[in-house]
Design a binder for this molecule. Structure first.
Ligand code: ISE
Length: 335
């Protein structure tokens, strides 16, 4: 059985997902593309040999669309996810589920009412070989009990007119999710510290941010989120544990040492660093729809929990000191 996918959004990530599904993920094909930017949708569709649709509803309701990928701007995810749930089609929604708890809650309530896990969150770092290897380091066989996690997330330039809040809800949301996943723990409180901003930071914005979470289990998770790092893209993660320390260095994985120089190539963009993660994520999603595996990847609940933690951090941008993260209890559907 081939899963016929409709892709909403023909921007950077929608294009990457559509290409993976059409060419690199056995068991899937792309049948339809929708974007408010019709020429962009048509161009991508003709590249892939499929059609573009005139409206979102045309794509979601089409008989030859078995499953949907949502890769539109963040503020549209919740409404579009609700539309996909209404027709009961498996959907992979890019992160974040929504920028606010209120919107995320509506999607969570809808899936819980249906009683079936149809929505997967595009937290693709869970499929990145670097993070997968790092998770295996944690525990009695490895470095022991985690005590602190230091995360670095640097972009060369602000994307899509990102705001300071967006640094949390669009970019640091990756760390918010991946640390929940690494530690298998929830956040209890958060504090954001803003220092001096760099010279290219747009007026009224703050960058970099230093975000500190404390988990319910007492682990301190810090995130440097620096969206104007200029030199390139870099994501690193270091787990400090009772019996040792493990580092996931930058995506090159190879450090070259030559005459008195030790260095690594620095990617310019996130899509290069996480190319494998995006492909493996899509394969896992398609395999789960084809019934070879149960639900896979991040659930709607994971998306909700991440938005919860992010909104507390956004609140902390405007206040002084710690802000509590009050995550409601997990519905049975996600246990
Ligand atoms: C961007 O918004 C993303 O979604 C990418 O996944 C991330 O790696 C990047 O740093 C973000 O700015």
């Amino acid at each position: 059985m081939t899963i016929r996918v409709g892709v909403i959004g023909a921007g950077n990530i929608g294009t990457a997902h559509a290409h993976n599904l059409a060419t690199a993920v056995p068991g899937s094909t792309v049948t339809a593309i929708y974007d408010v930017d019709q020429p962009a949708a048509t161009a991508l569709a003709s590249e892939l040999g499929c059609r573009s649709t005139a409206s979102l509803a045309d794509l979601i309701n089409a008989d030859d669309v078995d499953a949907v990928v949502i890769a539109s701007p963040d503020g549209l995810h919740a409404e579009q996810a609700l539309a996909c749930l209404a027709v009961r089609k498996p959907t992979l929604c890019e992160k974040p589920l929504a920028p606010t708890i209120e919107a995320a809650q509506r999607v969570l309530d809808a899936e819980v009412a249906i009683g079936e896990r149809l929505l997967t969150l595009g937290f693709m770092r869970r499929f990145d070989p670097g993070y997968v290897a790092l998770k295996r380091e944690i525990g009695a066989e490895g470095i022991g009990t985690p005590l602190m996690v230091h995360n670095v997330h640097r972009n060369a330039a602000f994307a899509y007119g990102l705001t300071t809040e967006g640094t949390v809800t669009n970019a640091a949301i990756h760390e918010i999710d991946i640390n929940r996943w690494l530690l298998e723990d929830e956040y209890a409180r958060v504090q954001v510290i803003m220092g001096r901003s760099g010279p290219d930071t747009p007026d009224g914005q703050r960058d970099p941010l230093f975000i500190i979470y404390e988990t319910a289990g007492g682990v301190v998770v810090d995130i440097e989120a620096f969206m104007m790092a200029r030199y390139g893209y870099e994501v690193t993660c270091q787990v400090v544990a009772s019996d040792g320390v493990s580092d996931m260095g930058d995506g090159g994985y190879i450090t070259r040492t030559t005459a008195r120089v030790r260095g690594q190539p620095v990617p310019e963009q996130w899509i290069g660093r996480f190319r494998d993660a995006y492909r493996i994520e899509m394969q896992a999603w398609i395999d789960s729809i084809r019934g070879r595996a149960g639900p896979t990847g991040a659930s709607l609940w994971d998306g909700f929990a991440a938005t919860h933690a992010a909104e507390a951090a956004v609140e902390s941008l405007r206040s002084d000191g710690w802000v509590r993260v009050d995550l409601p209890s997990r519905p049975d559907l996600y246990r």
